[in-house]
Design a protein around this ligand. Structure first.
Ligand code: TXA
Ligand code: MG
Length: 333
């Protein structure tokens, strides 16, 4: 499936496909989503098939306005109103208790539903043309890197999708921040572009943090081949390495005649002559935007290993470090 440029006619066509229960990949400001009519269980099942995703892994429903929260959530707490007023449209997903009519296939069998109003103009246009909620996980196969360009979706899903709308490269580059408001205390389930502090400033309360160990998510990819039964594509082993340990790692890999690439952060390291060095941007936002395309590029070289130089570990880098940890978790030195 070749991506098509997302002009008005293409978006109207995409909305029609959604109405027929078909799958449409579309750009959001975070990553590309694989969309289906969230009120049509058969259509939503196709998402799980196309991605090879386990059925108990819930999807985020994309909605066209703050008001549509009421169509999906049983109650919309003040905290949700405040966060939506401040950050929507934008890269924030809210977990709320669901209305009874929300299909369980969307929520992975849970009584809560993830909701987000995306900021990308193509996503918003599509949502308005369609007129309902669009269930959309990232448009990659389960346990692979999320796509940030239309061409990545084509690589990942091929003909498993009925249409790919091309809206250019995603601005944010990592998946939305997820805040769970379904319980007594708000919890941060997934760090993203909107930081913990920005959310706490609006809510005037501390967020409970879900540690990576207890987080039951698989959305970030690049694990060891074969670590998961559903993992078919060859994926290069990736290792997160503190800057001061890079020279010794490089020496060792050279000694062993290994082909490797580096996702570098400091210029000094990038000056080594290696198979492939991608020097990443210095600012966290720019780094995030480039991250998945860069990992994808290194992965396509069929190297023995990808070394990821540890970037800063301050709050602004939380989402990036979260994704890097997940991409490399099996191979921490
Ligand atoms: O930025 C994004 O959120 C992108 C774009 C396409 O909008 N979507 C995305 O979807 O990252 P996905 O399916 O790859 O990740 C959604 C995450 C999953 O980790 C899932 O566990 C969590 O949201 N989630 C969804 N509904 C949930 C619920 N009811 N309770 C807890 N977690 C939920
Ligand atoms: Mg995902």
């Amino acid at each position: 499936m070749k991506p098509i440029f997302a002009d008005d006619a293409a978006i109207d066509y995409a909305a029609n496909l959604l109405r027929q229960g078909r799958l449409v990949a579309f750009p959001t400001e975070t990553v590309y989503g694989l969309g289906a009519d969230a009120s049509n269980p058969d259509a939503v099942r196709r998402i799980f098939q196309a991605k090879g995703r386990p059925a108990d892994h819930p999807l985020i429903v994309h909605i066209p306005s703050v008001d549509s929260l009421n169509d999906w959530a049983l109650i919309v707490p003040d905290a949700a109103q405040q966060l939506a007023a401040r950050f929507w449209p934008g890269p924030l997903a809210l977990i709320l208790n669901k209305r009874p009519e929300v299909p369980l296939v969307v929520t992975g069998g849970q009584n809560t539903v993830g909701l987000r109003m995306p900021a990308h103009p193509v996503a918003l246009h599509l949502l308005r043309a369609f007129g309902g909620g669009i269930a959309a996980p990232s448009a990659n196969r389960f346990c692979r890197i999320s796509p940030t360009q239309a061409a990545h979706v084509e690589e990942e899903l091929g003909d498993a999708v009925d249409l790919i709308l091309d809206g250019g490269a995603c601005q944010v580059g990592v998946e939305s921040t997820i805040v769970d408001l379904s319980g007594n205390r708000p919890k941060l389930l997934r760090p993203g572009h909107i930081t913990r502090h920005e959310i706490e400033a609006v809510l005037q309360t501390e967020l409970m943090m879900i540690s990576p160990q207890s987080e039951q998510t698989y959305q970030f990819e690049m694990r060891a081949p074969g670590m998961m039964a559903v993992h078919y594509a060859p994926v290069t082993v990736a290792m997160l390495c503190p800057a001061d340990r890079l020279p010794e790692m490089i020496q060792e890999l050279n000694f062993r005649n290994k082909k490797f690439g580096i996702l570098a952060y400091s210029l000094e390291q990038a000056e080594n002559r290696l198979t492939r060095v991608i020097l990443m941007p210095e600012r966290a936002d720019d780094y995030a935007q480039a991250l998945y395309a860069s990992l994808r590029e290194l992965d396509s070289l069929h190297l023995d290993m990808i070394l990821v130089e540890q970037p800063p570990e301050t709050e602004a880098w939380r989402a990036i470090n979260d994704r890097l940890c997940k991409a490399t978790s099996a191979y921490q030195p």
